[in-house]
Each structure stands twice: as C-alpha cells, then as structure tokens.
Write a protein that binds this ligand. Sequence first.
Ligand code: SF4
Length: 277
Amino acid sequence: MVRLDVTPRVNLALKVTNWCNLNCAHCCERSHANEPFNLMPIDKIERYICEFKDMGIPVWDYVTFTGGETMAPYYIGHHKYIPTVADICAKNNMSACFKTNALWGNKLILSGSILKSLADIAHKHDRQISLDISIDEYHDNMNAAANVVNQIMNSQYLSAAFPVSFVGLNTPASQYKYQEFANILRQRGIYVDQMDSDGSIIMSKGNNLNVMFYEIGTLSRLGRAADNELTQHIPNGYTDCLMITNDDQVILNHKHKTTVANKTIGQVYNELIQKKR
Ligand code: SF4
C-alpha cells in the first residue's frame, strides 16, 4: 500500500509591521514605537496566502500574523486592514492567528471594536480567529490583556469566535507571571482552571465557556534578545517556518534569508530549503 505524505511541513508567518508600542528587552525584531508603520500591502498578503496554499506540498492551514504589533493598523485609523486579512485567510480556507501584546485592551472602546470586527469575520465564515498574547516577565501588558480576555468572556458572540493562546517563556519568572495573570482574571470573575498537561485552560464566566491555551515560546538569536543575551536554543522541528517581512525579505526558520522579488512562494521555499540542507 502506498501512503500519501499529508503531514503539514511548513507554516507561513507574515510580519505586517515593525512598529510596536512596547520596547521589550527580549524583542527578536527590535520593534519600537519609533519604527515606521510601513504596513505590508493587502494585495501582497493575498498573493502570499494564495501561493502558499498552492505550493504543492502539505502546509499548515493557518497563517500567523506577526510584527511588531499586529494591531498597529488600528492605531493609525486603518480599521479595515486586520478584518480584511482575516477575511482573505478564511476565503482561502486558512485560519488567521494574530500575535499581539494586547495593549489595545487599555482602550475599551477600541478593544470592543477590534474584537467585534474580527468576530464578525469569524462568524461569517464559521472559522475561529486566534489571538496569541504574550504573558511573560518582559511584557508590560497584564492588565490590558486581562481586559481583552474579560471582554471576550463577557460575550457569547466573542467567546465563540476567539481561541486565545497565552505565550510564555521557559523561565521560572515567566511561570510566575502567568500565575499572576490567571489571578487577575479570577479577580474579574472569570473561572480559570488548567484542563490538561497539553496547556489547555478552561475559562468560564456566566454561561460563556472558552478553552484557551498556555504555550511556551522560545527566543531567537536576533534583535534586542541577542543584544541582551536573552536567546534560547530553538530545537529543530519537523515543521519549517517561512516568514515574509513587510520589506519583502523571506526567512526560513529564523535563519536562511532571501528576497521575494518576482519569485512565487513555492520557488522561494525551494531556494531556501537548499540552504537548510
Ligand atoms: S516583543 Fe512583541 S510586544 Fe515586545 S517590543 Fe517586540 S513586538 Fe513589541
């Protein structure tokens, strides 16, 4: 019997901006509020996603949006940018996952508008949209992140739309910060309990129920993390990570680099995979 290889081999991350309203010591990108917004154009995002899913090898069915701060467009009045890219993902049968510092949770009207606009896309396509919020000793964002989670847990419409991941680091300080964060959520009337050793957490408030996740991330030997000697070993995994930046660089596994130029994403991946071997 011939078995088909259907295990996904590569995932796609799109770095939409290098602007960020935090200035964390462990930032692998040197993101900062003085960086230009320089958002990745929507037509490029659409092209990358279409070409990625048609690469001819098994790929993961989600797109990670990273930065800088992915919600940057909202800070400069581009309220349609993020819902539009989530919509493009869903139309291509991909799930959108936004990495965010969640600082927008400090502005409740803005936060409500961000969550509603994304939940509308999630419900329209019957496909959840993930938020990845970093909770560790370097991010100064716990109250803002708790506001975001609280808004989600106050609404059945929002709870059904968003699985949230809290991403920490493999350090005792990070574990302590996560426990502190869970206690802040409890003070807001949210029931929080660890469900499983795989990191899933059950949360409930009133009749609203959500399963969220606590994941451990690693730091690349790049940017301020390298400057401050905060890097950690990244184990070689089976899945390749293909990141495309807002200045048209393509980076495989945080290491091998080229430019997009006129190549398709499949051609770029094949070029970079030769450097990996
Ligand atoms: S680590 Fe994340 S939140 Fe901190 S400065 Fe970098 S992009 Fe911003």
